[in-house]
Design a protein around this ligand. Structure first.
Ligand SMILES: *Cc1c(COP(=O)(O)O)cnc(C)c1O
Length: 477
């Protein structure tokens, strides 16, 4: 109704409204004016379609409340805390590894104050940012040298570019992997300027395949840990030790993209055998790359360890400048590595702690969560049933793709409301809650709930159900 448009107050009138005046105390004027304008524009489109007459007071009221929402959502940032009820410990969509407390403290100090990122305090001269984690990494992995870049994708790119630009790189067809988020070995190879030379077949590759492919153009033997899938059955891949032996004979470096990169023996966590970084270095790999935010439990980073001559060549590569890490990453990574060296990773690194939880502890946690949810359900207009169940958790982050980690959780069956409706509302909470679905039931795994989150989650579910009950009542009128 066009008449409604005449009832829209002007921007100046709106700005003199006390409700909007109050915003001017918290936000700068031009920002508020811009959002008021946007709100009015959107309102105009709506009012044109509206059949009923709407008063000026109603319109002002709507603009004020809409403005509240818009200002709040624009100024709280789009990155939101999430409660992970999925039981996937390293969830790339949920930011991978939550950091250790010591990492956060260190990060806070280095972020708040100035620091010696590139200053040699002994000499009072310019230093290198790369010295900071290098000693720690050498000590932990027994490699000769180390370098940290933006992420593992960057580490692989840098390694290939430094060691094999314009040369052939021999890779098994069974290892031409794609990692989530469009990281494909053949594409990265192309970008690096190295030439991919595929050998063997998808399911079987022998050392003789590598040997026959070597010629005067060969620059590197490359292996990728097929971390996010498993070929089962009639398969063969070449052992790292054999590849190293061949590399030595032919005077070619061997580079390994390890993916997740354990510093901690996975057998101690009750997980299946996976090569640790130390073992790969010991087996003689010349360069090993892995992520900082997968099973290491640190910040996003690409860690490269290996022979000094190769690492030094990478440091001199101009690409390193473009792929370099900042002080915050270095701080968080140093603190994480110190937990491995001197601390208690199974106690202080959230990822390792989650993976090392005992069956009994998980069961107890699930029972506590079930109790809290049950005691809430008695005051709820919308009912639900709770059952403690055994669940299959996952390591995630591309490691142990087929391994079901035995866990515990609660199953919620809602009686008067659709599961998807509750799940969608829970995602809109702050913190948002992400759950799993099992047929017509909601599944919340307790392994990935951090301290205090069981209580918070119970409150969120209570609030969502109260809101949905209000909506249903409204519908009946
Ligand atoms: C995860 C992974 C990558 C990519 O690592 P980012 O740190 O995410 O860049 C590369 N290779 C393998 C084998 C991986 O598992």
């Amino acid at each position: 109704m066009l008449k409604n448009l005449k009832n829209i107050p002007s921007v100046d009138e709106l700005l003199s409204d006390p409700r909007i005046q109050e915003h001017l105390e918290h936000y700068n004027r031009s920002f508020v004016v811009e959002i008021v304008r946007e709100t009015i524009d959107d309102l105009r489109k709506k009012l044109k379609l509206n059949e009923q007459e709407i008063t000026r007071a109603q319109i002002t009221e709507w603009i004020c409340s809409e403005l509240d929402n818009r200002l709040q959502s624009l100024t709280q940032g789009t990155l939101k805390r999430v409660i992970n009820g999925t039981g996937v410990v390293l969830h790339t969509n949920l930011g991978r590894a939550p950091l250790a407390k010591t990492a956060l403290d260190y990060l806070y100090q280095m972020g708040t104050f100035y620091n010696n990122l590139e200053m040699d305090l002994d000499k009072g001269e310019r230093g290198s940012r790369y010295v900071h984690v290098e000693d720690l990494l050498r000590r932990l992995t027994h490699a000769e040298a180390a370098l940290v870049v933006n992420n593992n994708a960057a580490a692989v790119l840098l390694g290939l570019n430094t060691l094999a630009q314009g040369k052939e790189v021999i890779v098994s067809r069974g290892q031409l992997i794609e990692i989530g988020g469009a990281f494909r070995i053949p594409e990265v190879m192309k970008l690096s300027g190295a030439l991919l030379k595929e050998v063997g077949t998808t399911n079987k590759t022998y050392i003789s395949d590598y040997e026959q492919a070597i010629n005067e153009d060969t620059g590197l033997l490359f292996a990728a840990h097929t971390s996010n899938y498993k070929i089962e059955g009639f398969t063969a891949e070449v052992d790292l030790a054999d590849l190293v032996k061949l590399g030595r004979e032919k005077d070619l470096p061997v580079m390994l993209d390890l993916g997740s990169g354990f510093l901690f023996d996975p057998l101690r966590l009750g997980l299946g055998p996976e090569p640790t970084v130390q073992q790969c270095v010991q087996a003689g790999a010349d360069v090993v790359t892995f992520s900082g935010d997968k099973l290491l439990g640190g910040p996003q980073a690409g860690i490269i360890v290996g022979r000094k001559e190769y690492i030094e060549a990478m440091k001199r590569n101009q690409l390193t400048r473009a792929l370099r890490v900042d002080k915050l990453t270095i701080a968080a990574l140093e603190a994480t590595l110190i937990e491995y060296l001197a601390g208690f990773p199974e106690k202080n690194l959230p990822i390792i702690q989650m993976l090392s939880m005992s069956h009994t502890e998980l069961q107890e946690r699930a029972e506590q969560l079930a109790e809290m949810l049950k005691s809430e359900s008695s005051n709820q207009p919308l009912g639900y049933n709770i059952t403690v169940v055994e669940v299959d958790d996952m390591v995630g982050g591309g490691a142990y793709p087929t391994y079901r980690l035995p866990g515990y959780g609660v199953e919620i069956r809602f009686q008067d409301v659709k599961l998807e409706t509750v799940a969608a509302e829970l995602r809109q909470q702050n913190p948002a809650v992400i759950t799993r679905r099992q047929d017509d039931r909601m599944l919340i795994s307790v392994r990935t709930l951090l301290e205090g989150e069981a209580v918070l989650l119970t409150l969120q579910i209570k609030q969502v159900l109260l809101k949905l009950a209000g909506g249903q009542k409204g519908d009946q009128h």
